[in-house]
Design a protein around this ligand. Structure first.
Ligand code: ADP
Length: 286
């Protein structure tokens, strides 16, 4: 269990990036969803012991993360948002190097581990290629391979699919979903579908605060029969925003659709819509 309690952080420039964040996270894939600037990376880096908070605490089992940074690092796998690679080094060489750093001293053991990891992330055929020549998706899969070294109990992946094309994203998410269920994986993302596809538990963070928390399906169920849509003109959106509880106005096939939240049938040409996790997201971040 990861227990984050009353975490606050203000950067020297005055940005209040985390405001009294409290979250208890158990084994499985946890989605931390929020718009750019919400505070996701700040929270991820704090959990990963890369920066300090001003107040609050984080416990991972018996480990007091702020006081026992080395202990936490031993059980942590981390794929940061900006994952730099040495462009001239091959994936195989790099994994060997990181494995040695993480304390896997036995050469035979290391060789077997590196081979298994390269196979797991589907890069074995590209093992001798320089990392600089890897595509975005390959780099992210390599990032997961390095995060898995040392049998981590807590894995943090920070916006891993942001720059990937749809096929690469699918491949990456499939890989994530195959990592064991007996550890905590925190997936920080602004992509609602990543959370819908992968996570059994989630939180929405906006403006440095946790604004929603729960099981994605259960949250969506709470909006059942409450979402209504209507095709409108662009210049009408502002009026609908005044008259209704607007969830989102978005383009569909070149024209504007408004989605509203209403317990009763609003009439006026609105039709009932199936609630989605996007409705939960947009209801919470504005
Ligand atoms: P997210 O990962 O959700 O996009 P971040 O944690 O990166 O959010 O940022 C939260 C807020 O803190 C933003 O307003 C961002 O500009 C600010 N911020 C992040 N890192 C720093 C920093 N090192 N110094 C000053 N402000 C920062």
């Amino acid at each position: 269990m990861l227990q984050i309690s009353n975490l606050s952080k203000t950067y020297p420039n005055g940005v209040h990036a985390l405001k009294d964040v409290t979250l208890n996270i158990s084994n499985g894939m946890f989605g931390l969803l929020g718009p750019n600037g919400a505070g996701k990376s700040t929270l991820m880096r704090t959990i990963a012991t890369l920066q300090d908070a001003d107040s609050g605490s984080i416990m991972f089992g018996d480990i007091d993360v702020f006081k026992q940074k080395q202990e936490l690092r031993k059980v942590l796998g981390y794929l940061p948002q900006e994952f730099g690679v040495y462009p001239k080094v091959s994936a195989e060489e790099m994994l060997h190097y990181i494995a040695r750093l993480k304390g896997i001293a036995d050469a035979k053991e290391r060789k077997e581990l590196v081979k298994a990891l390269l196979e797991q992330v589907n890069l074995y055929n590209h093992r001798n290629k320089a990392l600089g020549g890897y595509s975005g998706g390959m780099k992210q899969r390599f990032g997961i391979a390095q995060a898995l070294i040392g049998d981590p109990k807590l894995i943090i992946v920070d916006e891993p699919t942001a720059g990937l094309d749809p096929a690469e994203r699918l491949r990456f998410n499939n890989l994530l979903s195959e990592i064991g269920e007996n550890i905590i994986i925190i997936l920080s993302t602004h992509i609602v579908d990543d959370v819908r596809e992968l996570c059994n538990d989630m939180a929405i963070i906006a403006g440095g605060q946790v604004v929603q928390r729960g099981n994605p399906e259960a949250l969506v169920k709470g909006l059942e029969n409450r979402i209504w849509s209507k095709r409108v003109r662009k210049d009408e959106v502002a009026q609908y925003q005044k008259d209704y509880k607007l969830v989102i106005a978005r383009l569909a096939g070149g024209s504007m659709m408004v989605y509203i939240n209403s317990e009763t049938d609003p009439g006026n040409g609105f039709v009932s819509e199936k609630a989605t996790l996007e409705d939960i997201y947009f209801s919470n971040i504005s």
